[in-house]
Design a protein around this ligand. Structure first.
Ligand code: PLP
Ligand code: ZN
Length: 470
């Protein structure tokens, strides 16, 4: 249906009513700068920025119920600018006109009700949101779609270039950045990614190579790559594509919008469980639900449960002790979240202190729990990566410790596709995991191919099949 037909049928106009002059706003000194610039930190105090719509309150001319219908009806149109995360146009990046939106199939990922046996094992009914079913197979595509749509609009209005898009990555940001950048005009945009050597999976390394990015491997861990990229962004003309770029956070809020929409806009008693690495995703989810509440689209806020590996758990430690200190990471199978000093931590702290308070918690789990949980989930019909396993393990732990009420409802974020991390499964099955992870494979979860002759009788015998009586 086109928007005119929808208006004739329902009386609701789903087209955007205004195009606000959005701004960057410093989370510390509140200074604002126009969104037309490429900025990543406050020019005055160097703190993190948010992207805000100064005319947000004008959106209240529609009631929450009306907004719910607008967002639902946009799913029924074929308008490119309303696809995926941009169905929530006013809440993502209303500065970018519909025709400059870059849509590669991101968002609208399935919310899957957990298998009942898995739910019993975890300790409560839950849903898994399969964010691995995004185009580059992780949730990072949500933020990349908003950042690249922003860049597309910037280039279309400014011209100039070529500009280099660059990021540091634990694997998935670079896969997403390289994919989205490769969709834009090659004369205007180039792409480069910085990876910690040996700390991304072969699949994650293959992705930016396949998209034609310049792939630079450096010694160290993600935190080292991040420092280098920040230095480059401070002194050279580049477009920074890490979640420090607040335009990405706005796109990632769509995870929260979709969870609410997929639950019929009812978040009563809901806890959303999120693995935390650089803390961009959890920031976006905290902000996203807050936006929905401000619009009256949802009544109250859900609870957010962060989960970290005890090999990289600065946020969980902050929750336990009240003190934030960066940690030196140890190897983690939840490698995409293996970060000792999360860039977006100040945003999380601000949102928790000001708004979420006891509605936010963060637990840490062991490497053993992460990988066992991933394998158990995958044996019950789910597509869960190591970070998704981390989220479910964290929920199981929080339920076990009485930190959350089993009578509630739970959504676990499976942040990427299980295939990206297939090597950890192989190593577990072959008992070949690096001892640094501290994981002892459970024999009952291991699985291996067997070699048999091409002979039906031999295969039947191996499978223990009973012969048909007739
Ligand atoms: C990036 C990433 C995370 C961590 O998200 P942050 O925004 O860095 O906290 C978790 N899981 C996967 C698969 C990721 O790619
Ligand atoms: Zn400032």
């Amino acid at each position: 249906m086109d928007p005119r037909e929808i208006r004739d049928l329902t009386g609701i106009d789903i087209l955007p009513r205004h195009r606000p002059a959005m701004v960057y706003q410093c989370i510390r000194c509140s200074r604002t700068e126009p969104l037309e610039e490429l900025l990543y930190t406050c020019p005055a105090c160097h703190s993190l920025l948010r992207v805000v719509d100064p005319e947000f309150d004008a959106l209240s001319e529609r009631t929450g119920a009306e907004w719910r219908r607008v967002f639902d009806l946009r799913r029924a149109t074929q308008v490119d600018g309303f696809r995926g995360i941009f169905a929530f146009h006013e809440l993502v990046l209303p500065w970018v006109p519909l025709e400059d939106v870059v849509y590669l199939g991101e968002g609208h990922t399935p919310l899957v009700r957990a298998n009942p046996d898995l739910a019993r094992w975890v300790g409560a009914p839950l849903w898994v949101k399969n964010d691995g079913q995004n185009p580059s197979a992780s949730f990072k595509d949500r933020g990349m779609a908003s950042a690249i749509s922003f860049l597309n609009h910037y280039l279309n209005t400014r011209g100039g270039g070529p500009i280099l898009g660059i990021c540091a990555s634990t694997g998935d940001t670079s896969a997403a950045a390289a994919l989205y950048l490769s969709y834009l005009d090659r004369d205007a945009v180039r792409s480069a990614v910085l990876l910690p050597r040996g700390r991304v999976t072969p699949q994650q390394l293959g992705q930016p190579l396949g998209s034609g990015a310049r792939v630079i491997e450096v010694p160290g861990v993600f935190d080292d790559c991040m420092r280098l990229v920040e230095e480059l962004a401070a002194s050279y003309e580049v477009f920074l594509l890490n979640s420090k770029n607040p335009v990405r956070i706005n796109g990632q809020k769509s995870f929260a919008f979709e969870v609410a929409q997929q639950l019929g806009w009812d978040v009563d008693g809901l806890t959303v469980v999120v693995p935390i690495g650089n803390a961009g995703n959890v920031t976006a989810i905290l902000e996203g639900f807050l936006d929905l509440q401000r619009l009256g689209v949802i009544g109250g806020l859900p609870r957010i449960l962060g989960v970290q590996s005890d090999h990289a758990d600065p946020v969980a430690r902050w929750q336990r002790s009240g003190q934030y200190r960066p940690v030196t990471v140890r190897p983690s199978v939840a490698q995409a979240a293996m970060i000792g000093n999360p860039v977006s931590f100040p945003k999380v702290q601000g949102l928790v202190d000001a708004v979420y308070r006891e509605r936010f918690a963060c637990v840490s789990v062991t490497e053993q729990e992460i990988l066992d949980t991933m394998l158990v989930a995958n044996r019950h019909g789910h597509v869960v990566c190591t970070q998704g396993g981390e989220a479910i393990a964290g929920l199981r732990k929080a339920l076990g410790e009485g930190l959350v009420d089993p009578a509630g409802r739970f959504v676990c974020d499976s942040t990427s596709h299980q295939l990206k991390f297939a090597g950890f499964q192989d190593a577990y099955f072959e008992d070949a995991l690096d001892p640094a992870y501290g994981i002892t494979p459970r024999a009952d979860l291991a699985n291996r191919p067997v070699q048999l002759p091409a002979d039906a009788g031999a295969i039947a015998e191996h499978l223990g099949l009973a012969r048909r009586s007739r």
